[in-house]
Ligand binder design. Structure first.
Ligand code: ZN
Length: 300
């Protein structure tokens, strides 16, 4: 009998061990759960873009842009409610960034608002974000819509799209474009802050992204916003607003991106993947979510 009870004891002991370990393994599993938009490995061409130097360069260029904007009275002060609002939204989104790029845990995240009529926003490769006041005022953005724009721009940085474009040798193409076209028209940058923007483009920091990059940023942007408790349905409304203000000449944000129609249908076709993330963050089921409400934009 003795061997049997020993055996039984061994089984019991291993059961206990399994129980004791259970919370740990559940936790580990949660970190890699594939809900929402599927996490894919980063592009391999990005490794030819200079790695850490690229990030350091971006950070320096951003600091220069902020300084220049400050000198020209184009930097909205920290005390401004819109700056506080942008930073509060960023603070909710940033904790989810490492899901897409572990290095983001050590990024020097910054958020600034530039006084400019342009409908634009960007996030540098190391997490330095800028919004142009034009995108907030002209589109009368709700917090959910700001979050979707911010999520989109952050996604370009997390997926290292700039590095990938630079790694593919597109730097030369950027140079040619700069020589041939009006710089501020292409970048959508206020003429007041164009000289730093020239440097940024020349350094390959603000590259034109591919259509695939834009589509990916749209989806990951909605995923990030939804996890942070912002309604991903705002993405669709955002692009409808973009289309409404772009009668005639489209804003730069639109012209450097795939058509709004394309984007709206892509977002809608992935809504079932991101809406549950939003519902979960609100502690309700998808069916219990109220319809999305936006702000009207001023008709011109
Ligand atoms: Zn984009």
């Amino acid at each position: 009998m003795a061997p049997i009870s020993l055996k039984r004891y061994a089984v019991l002991a291993s059961l206990c061990a399994a129980t004791a370990l259970a919370p740990l393994s559940v936790h580990a599993q949660q970190a890699t759960v594939q809900d929402g938009i599927k996490v894919r490995p980063l592009s391999t061409s990005r490794i030819f873009a200079g790695g850490a130097d690229f990030n350091a360069e971006s950070k320096q260029q951003y600091a220069q842009l902020v300084n220049e904007a400050k000198e020209k009275n184009a930097l909205v002060p920290d005390s401004d409610p819109q700056v506080k609002r942008l930073r509060a939204i960023a603070q909710r989104i940033i904790p989810f960034a490492t899901r897409w790029n572990e290095a983001a845990a050590n990024w020097n995240w910054q958020v600034n608002l530039l006084n400019s009529d342009e409908v634009n926003a960007f996030c540098m490769p190391g997490g330095q974000i800028a919004f142009y006041s034009g995108i907030i005022t002209k589109l009368n953005l709700t917090d959910d819509e700001v979050a979707v724009v911010m999520g989109h721009e952050i996604s370009h940085a997390l997926r290292e799209h700039s590095q990938a474009q630079a790694g593919k040798g597109n730097l030369a193409a950027v140079g040619a474009k700069l020589a041939g076209a009006g710089l501020s028209a292409w970048l959508g940058v206020d003429p007041n802050i164009t000289s730093t923007a020239t440097n940024m483009a020349a350094q390959g920091v603000m590259l034109k992204f591919s259509r695939d990059d834009e589509r990916e940023a749209d989806l990951i942007g909605m995923d990030l916003a939804a996890r942070a408790g912002f309604d991903p349905r705002a993405g669709v409304i955002l692009w409808q607003k973009m289309a409404a203000v772009s009668k005639g000449a489209p804003p730069e944000f639109l012209s450097t991106h795939p058509s709004g129609k394309d984007r709206i249908s892509q977002m809608n076709s992935h809504m079932a993947q991101v809406l549950p993330l939003y519902a979960r963050s609100k502690g309700v089921s998808v069916d219990a979510l109220p319809p999305y409400r936006s702000n009207a934009i001023a008709q011109r």
